[in-house]
Design a protein around this ligand. Structure first.
Ligand code: ZN
Length: 358
């Protein structure tokens, strides 16, 4: 009989030793993974920020190029208008010259006769012929000048068009660069979300292990806990009783979408102590994604309380805490708009309205 007992005892000792050993090993490995995960996230955040800066720069360049194209378009339109006006002017002058030449040629004899008959002397006749010739020469000069003006404006228009196509080439290369960067950024962001998901599951695993350890500890120290029921706890922020955001669906103040609010928000100045709402064992104390600095306590009746967004954590994993004991100092870490305690109660891993439990 005595022998049997000692064998059982030895087995129990062996079992519990190896259990604790495995447990610690798992935790260390998970902790390392979590640290590595967070480092990778920080690196990715840096890269994303870097890309964002470049994207802003490139978008500025695109908009500047666009402005240049618009300005060139205006100049091109102006040049076209000038060319059109010159063409009209040329046409008018050509018509006038044509009429004059036609008059001279077609009615040369009449004109000749007219000039002769209207000339009072032979020198007057030559003088009149000279005047007619002068007018024609002047018409031709004007046309020549108009033609050369038209040519130079056409040259200018060609130049403007080539500048415009240069800017358009530049713009399309900038747009391509921008697209590449956007897709790089998307890739980095999806990597980051994968890391965030992994971070979450690592945290959950760690919590689960700590909760299991707490349950074991509670079972081992049993007597005081026998017959435990889900009990009423105390209010988590003594002296601050306002609930600024209740449990349930609400418009998220940061994300601006309808979201389930998994706890209650109790505003209080930074540094105000938050207290354990019931006796229990700390199963998490650290940074927890958008929760910021967070403490989770596994209570002896099985419920878990969670204290988020703290400026300071006053307890560590495995520590026993009493109802009313300060466990954190309120802050605004994680995804938070101002100092407050985000308080949750979870039963069997599921959040529930915490109000009935405090
Ligand atoms: Zn909240």
């Amino acid at each position: 009989m005595k022998k049997t007992i000692s064998v059982v005892t030895a087995c129990t000792v062996l079992f519990s030793t190896s259990f604790i050993y495995a447990n610690e090993n798992d935790t260390t490995e998970l902790d390392n993974k979590l640290t590595q995960n967070r480092q990778e996230q920080t690196t990715l955040e840096g890269k994303i920020k870097n890309l964002d800066t470049k994207i802003v720069e490139i978008e500025k360049n695109i908009s500047e190029t666009n402005n240049k194209i618009v300005a060139l378009d205006a100049e091109i339109t102006k040049a076209k208008d000038e060319i059109k006006a010159l063409e009209e002017n040329i046409k008018k002058n050509e018509d006038a010259l044509g009429k004059r030449l036609k008059a001279i040629n077609g009615n040369y004899s009449i004109g000749y006769m007219k000039v002769i008959f209207s000339s009072s002397s032979i020198s007057d006749f030559f003088n009149n012929v000279y005047v007619v010739k002068q007018v024609v020469e002047q018409d031709k000069d004007i046309l020549k000048e108009l033609d050369s003006n038209k040519l130079s404006i056409e040259e200018k228009e060609k130049d403007l068009n080539s500048k415009k196509s240069e800017q358009e080439t530049l713009k399309s290369s900038l747009v391509r660069d921008n697209e590449t960067m956007q897709s790089d950024k998307n890739e980095l962001e999806s990597l980051k979300s994968a890391l965030e998901a992994e971070e979450n599951s690592l945290e959950n695993e760690l919590e689960e292990i700590a909760a299991e350890a707490a349950r074991q500890a509670a079972m081992n120290s049993s007597d005081e806990l026998s017959g435990a029921v889900i009990s009423n706890g105390s209010w988590p922020v003594p002296g601050h009783s306002t609930i600024s955001s209740p449990y349930g669906y609400r418009l998220h103040p940061v994300l601006n979408v309808q979201k389930m609010h998994t706890g209650i928000d109790i505003p209080a100045p930074t540094g105000t102590p938050a207290v354990a709402t019931d006796n229990g064992t700390v199963i998490f104390s650290g940074t927890k994604g958008s929760y910021g600095n967070t403490v989770m306590i596994q209570h002896d009746d099985g419920k878990v309380s969670l204290y988020a967004h703290n400026s300071q954590l006053l307890v560590s994993v495995g520590q026993r805490v009493q109802k009313g004991q300060a466990v954190t100092k309120i802050g605004s870490t994680g995804r938070s708009t101002g100092p407050h305690l985000h308080f949750e109660i979870r039963i069997n891993g599921k959040h529930t309205n915490p109000v009935p439990y405090i």
